[in-house]
Design a protein around this ligand. Structure first.
Ligand code: F6R
Length: 629
């Protein structure tokens, strides 16, 4: 969603702002703008559409300003037009504001300000903020705390979730940054400070980062950073040093981030396993040692009866597989809910429950709000109902990580492509580890089976490499046959049903082709009516409990003239008889197979979209970090 960058220091602000906004492009946006102050003039330039439109407007304008704010906007209130793009200004253009979030009481504030003579030029909620700040500014700009005080008064009147960066023409040495339920960070450089909605914008400039917390305001000047609460009390804070490397936000020779991230999956799986597997657990000395070291406190497991998982989108698909694993391996009843639904219709409070929030960005508004709901409805209840909240994420610095009791860091790092790939497989590994941890503690599996599964997990990175080397080319070639295809059906059963959902989601989000995922056995209960020679069916047919059933469901589709593609294991002769095209993965235990079966589907979606010349990394209407509800 919207991206924010701010700068104050000794370098030219415009190039830093544009560079930062480019690194935030992946979040999704439909207009962009910057505001700077130089020689007593506040200049604001905005453009609809992609950043190159903004760059073009700035091309012939030499602007040596050393302070500025920038924004990429993903429209919520008001169409994606230039007049709605940020920054927004007050009546006389002396205060400029960029916002990520939603000011819920903007209508009443707008009416109040209009009555006082303020003129509004956009339909956005954000525009009330500069007008409100200007109401509180001292008549003369000679009060050194004037901007900070005015912002403090203004933000106390705003309701909703917002992150702000603000500059004022009478305060050319101050950049004010505010956080209330929407993420924003401060970067510390040498004689310079940055702010951004996401660490990716700052990686090339600094690794010293301060995460503002809710209800905090930062005043950045070339001389230092001061942090206050909304009452104006000064706070003491220390930045952290992050170890993200610059290369995580570079394409490194790949045509798209998505393709790079698909190829990063072996390393991500390896790193996650290395982090949480206990070496030597099955050696002579290691007998009776838990093979998994998630480092969760023992109180988390006490009398555990239920697991409840909250997530959205692809993370919800990973959670469905998590449910399968926790129930089938550890025998613990598990609920999975869309976070956006749970907020307004939470299931009854269960005792002795671990609640898990799953999110790659760590910032999805619905997931965070659902977890808050869960946390607060348990406050004051007897001990067996106390909240035990766990996050599964690749962003250990995110809002999620700061609000939950514990996290499993899936080690996938930053994912730039909007379509989740490596973050999904990493979430799955997180769930395998958790399910095996719980199974070990409950003695739900024999040691032999545990060992088999752990050895199977350790083999996965090499198997993904083999799959990528062996299949990438043939899958790319296969996509030529779908130039005009408008609908796809994906089917799977058991642990691979969520992979059918994920395959369909990947395809529709980046190629804009209509696709549906179904449990294979449900095909005949309705969706089969959609099938004809123009609708290919992709079945995930991994050897195991449901293999024969999937093949017979696939036959039902074939009998309706559908073209059949099968995701199958190497050397599956029976499958070769049934399917028109085969997407092979290495031989694998059924329960581990989703980690492999999803990869041909990721590649298929990628190549179909890339071949259609679509913007794979930033598909239309989508955002990487969905910070609105
Ligand atoms: C799909 C995708 C989205 C996200 C969803 C939740 O490729 O990326 O469906 O999975 O927006 O996002 P997170 O995981 O950040 O909570």
């Amino acid at each position: 969603m919207c991206g924010i960058v701010g700068y104050i220091g000794t370098q030219t602000a415009v190039s830093i702002l544009l560079g930062g906004l480019e690194r935030l492009e992946y979040r999704g946006y439909d207009s962009a703008g910057i505001a700077t102050i130089d020689e007593g003039i506040l200049r604001c330039v905005r453009a609809k559409g992609k950043l190159y439109n903004l760059r073009e407007k700035l091309e012939h304008d030499v602007n040596p300003a050393r302070i500025g704010i920038g924004h990429t906007r993903w429209a919520t209130h008001g169409k994606p037009e230039e007049h709605n793009a940020h920054p927004h200004r007050d009546n006389d253009g002396s205060v400029a504001v960029v916002q990520n979030g939603i000011v819920e009481n903007y209508q009443s504030l707008r009416e109040e300000l209009i009555a006082k003579g303020h003129i509004f030029r956009s339909e956005t909620d954000t525009e009330v903020i500069p007008h409100l700040i200007s109401e509180y500014l001292p008549e003369e700009g000679d009060d050194s705390d004037g901007l900070l005080n005015a912002v403090t008064k203004a933000v106390n009147r705003l309701e909703g979730a917002f992150a702000l960066a603000i500059i004022g023409v009478d305060y050319p040495d101050e950049l004010i940054v505010v956080r209330q339920n929407a993420p924003i960070i401060i970067g510390f450089g040498q004689g310079e400070f940055f702010c951004a909605s996401d660490v990716t914008a700052l990686i090339p400039h600094t690794h010293a980062i301060l995460y503002l917390e809710n209800g905090e305001i930062a005043r950045l000047t070339p001389l230092g950073a001061e942090i206050y609460d909304f009452k104006g009390k000064r706070l003491r804070k220390t930045p952290k040093i992050l170890d993200w490397s610059h290369s995580t936000v570079e394409k490194q020779g790949y045509r798209h981030f998505m393709l790079k991230e698909i190829h990063e999956q072996p390393d991500v799986v390896r790193l996650c396993l290395d982090t949480y597997l206990q070496l030597g657990w099955n050696s002579e000395n290691g007998k009776n040692v838990n093979p998994i070291k998630l480092n969760l406190p023992e109180t988390f497991y006490e009398n555990l009866e239920y697991v409840q998982i909250l997530a959205c989108g692809t993370s919800w698909h990973a959670s469905l597989i998590g449910k399968y694993l926790i129930e089938q391996l550890a025998g613990i009843p598990t609920l999975v809910q869309y976070a956006s639904e749970f907020r307004y219709a939470p299931s009854p409070i269960l005792p002795n429950t671990i609640t898990i929030g799953v999110t790659q960005s760590g910032e999805t508004a619905d997931t965070l709000a659902a977890l808050e709901t869960e946390k607060y409805r348990r406050v004051g209840l007897e001990d067996k109902y106390r909240a035990r909240i766990l996050g599964i994420t690749n962003r250990p610095e995110s809002t999620l990580a700061n609000m939950v009791d514990e996290i499993i860091n899936t080690q996938a790092g930053i994912e730039v492509g909007v379509a989740a790939t490596k973050s999904f497989t990493a979430q799955l590994i997180g769930f395998y580890l958790l399910a095996l941890d719980l199974a070990y503690r409950r003695r739900g599996l024999s040691l032999q089976r545990l060992e088999e599964l752990i050895e199977g997990l350790k083999a996965l990175p090499g198997q993904i490499e083999t799959l990528l080397e062996g299949q990438a080319k043939s899958i790319e070639e296969l996509t030529h046959e779908f130039n005009d295809t408008q609908d796809f059906i994906f089917v799977g059963r058991g642990i691979n049903f969520p992979i059918a959902l994920e395959g369909a989601l990947k395809l529709k989000e980046i190629s804009y082709i209509h696709a549906e995922g179904y449990p294979a056995g449900e095909l005949k209960h309705g969706p089969i009516a959609l099938l004809d020679a123009k609708v290919p069916v992709i079945a995930i047919a991994m050897p195991g409990k449901v293999y024969d059933k999937v093949l017979s469901n696939a036959q039902e589709a074939k009998a309706r003239d559908a073209r059949l593609l099968g995701v199958v294991v190497d050397n599956d002769r029976a499958a070769a008889e049934v399917f028109d095209n085969l997407l092979y993965v290495p031989q694998v235990d059924e329960i581990l197979s989703p980690i492999l079966s999803v990869i041909p589907l990721q590649l298929l979606s990628y190549h179909i979209a890339a071949k259609r010349g679509l913007d794979v990394d930033q598909p239309r209407n989508l955002a990487k970090s969905v910070t609105v509800e």
